[in-house]
Design a protein around this ligand. Structure first.
Ligand code: GLN
Length: 456
């Protein structure tokens, strides 16, 4: 289990599989399956030519990066020169990027070949993929069900093998939630680890670019590629480089794994059963299981929605019809409009910060609670989503939809990192374990996930 990415990279480096063949396979699979799955909004017309360039370098024995020849999908809120960054919205339907996001620049430099732009919830607002202005995405791991969101297309594309790795974004759970529903690996990096330059924001104080991958190796590889300081971005952490791959195989015997009874209070018992099974596996691997308290975990969701809406409202003011063609309020879907209205209300002067201040207090509270808990343990494990993905087309109230974010939004508020790996399934529907780590604890999170992957 979990050797897919490494084996493919080896095959490319040894010349058994060319970059062109690999990209061609991805494009063929997209052609065959994507009419049904709808994981991509646009394909890169230069993908094969870019793969050819990698093959030429390989033939000449020139330096190729660590992603050499892999087929990469990109969420449609990340700028890639010449491709549309629509955010799956009519607002930006005709917006063609004129530059590469810093993370994209790093992916290209490492030899990754961008095959296309992934479908998503409109402006990353949603947990199901159904708010996309173009089409909902199907879940290849549980057909007929939502793939989760907002990085719906990326998770579905990886699950279906339509690309090797994806770049996505996580604000309140958008990498972790679809990773769980689609049975793939995803990581929300620590705030500031990965440059956000070139990401069209939902809520800038939460947004993080991160990987979706079929296995832990792939997620670690992509994270290593995109992480690290960007001198042009004062919000990135001052780290020159990171190294996760070398440490993936270190045993987890000495690791302390936290669990919290809070999780089961909020989660479907069938999901908890799967999660408990994963905790037992970690115990068998020698980890010490310790119970931690997260007394105010459930308060995170509303605080997240208040802060996110206020920031989103502000971020959308530039879509006033003058620069990008369309005024957002005139063409966006209901969920985006709801958030703009809500954000506008929260931000009014006469509120005197009534909602916003309180939400910031909860943010501080949760940050402290996680800090205290993570002082006692190396990681905290639990479910990713409180319920199983609904069937496509089921009508949910906004509150029911938001409830998907109960377990992912707290880590966004705390500003630390978390990874998701499949722990098992309920009636064939994947269930992901969320491994929540310390600030810059990605290496440990990846090691725990890697150990678990090996015993599946
Ligand atoms: N589902 C959450 C929301 O709708 C998170 C979205 C995200 O992380 N982009 O806001």
């Amino acid at each position: 289990m979990g050797r897919e990415t490494l084996e493919k990279l080896d095959a490319i480096r040894r010349g058994e599989l060319s970059a062109v063949e690999n990209v061609q396979q991805a494009l063929e699979l997209i052609k065959k399956q994507d009419k049904q799955v709808k994981a991509f909004i646009e394909l890169n017309p230069h993908a094969l030519a870019e793969a050819e360039a990698i093959d030429r370098k390989l033939k000449r024995g020139e330096r190729v990066g660590k992603l050499a020849g892999l087929a990469i999908g990109v969420k449609s809120n990340i700028n890639v020169t010449g491709l549309r960054a629509t955010c799956a919205s009519r607002t930006l339907e005709n917006y063609v990027s004129t530059y590469d996001a810093e993370a994209i620049r790093r992916v290209r430099d490492a030899g990754g070949v961008i095959v296309g732009m992934n479908n998503m919830d409109e402006f990353a607002c949603g947990s199901s993929g159904e708010t996309s202005a173009f089409s909902p995405t199907d879940n290849p791991a549980a057909p007929g069900h939502i793939p989760g969101g907002s990085s719906s297309g990326g998770a579905a594309a990886v699950a279906a093998g339509m690309c090797d790795l994806c770049l996505a974004s996580d604000t309140g759970g958008s990498i972790r939630n679809p990773a769980s529903h689609c049975g793939v690996v995803g990581i929300r990096p620590t705030q500031g680890l990965v440059p956000g330059h070139g990401l069209i924001e939902l809520a800038v104080s939460f947004d993080q670019i991160g990987p979706l991958a079929p296995d832990v190796y792939g997620a670690a590889l992509m994270l290593e590629t995109i992480a690290g300081h960007n001198p042009n971005e004062c919000t990135t952490l001052d780290l020159s480089s990171v190294n996760y791959l070398d440490k993936l195989n270190i045993k987890i015997e000495s690791i302390r794994v936290g669990t919290s009874p809070k999780f089961s209070e909020l989660t479907d018992p069938a999901i908890i059963k799967v999660i408990d099974g994963a905790v037992e596996k970690l115990r068998d691997l020698g980890a010490e299981i310790v119970e931690v308290e997260l007394p105010h975990l459930e308060k995170g969701l509303s605080a997240y929605y208040v802060i996110m809406s206020a920031e989103f409202f502000s971020a959308t003011r530039k879509f006033d019809g003058r620069k990008y063609g369309r005024r957002i309020e005139e063409v966006c879907g209901d969920e985006v409009l709801r958030r703009i209205k809500c954000g506008e209300y929260i931000s009014r002067k006469e509120q005197l910060g009534k909602y916003y201040q309180r939400a910031l207090q909860v943010r501080t509270l949760l940050r402290r609670e996680f800090e205290e808990a993570l002082d006692r343990v190396d990681v905290i494990v639990g479910p990713t989503v409180p319920k199983l993905p609904h069937e496509l087309g089921t009508k949910l109230s906004p509150a029911e939809m938001r409830a998907y974010d109960y377990l992912t939004s707290p880590i966004s508020l705390a500003g630390t990192c978390a990874g998701v790996i499949k722990a098992g399934d309920v009636d064939g529907i994947p269930v992901g374990l969320q491994v929540q780590g310390k600030v810059l604890g990605e290496g440990t999170v990846l090691r725990v996930m890697h150990a678990l992957e090996a015993v599946k």
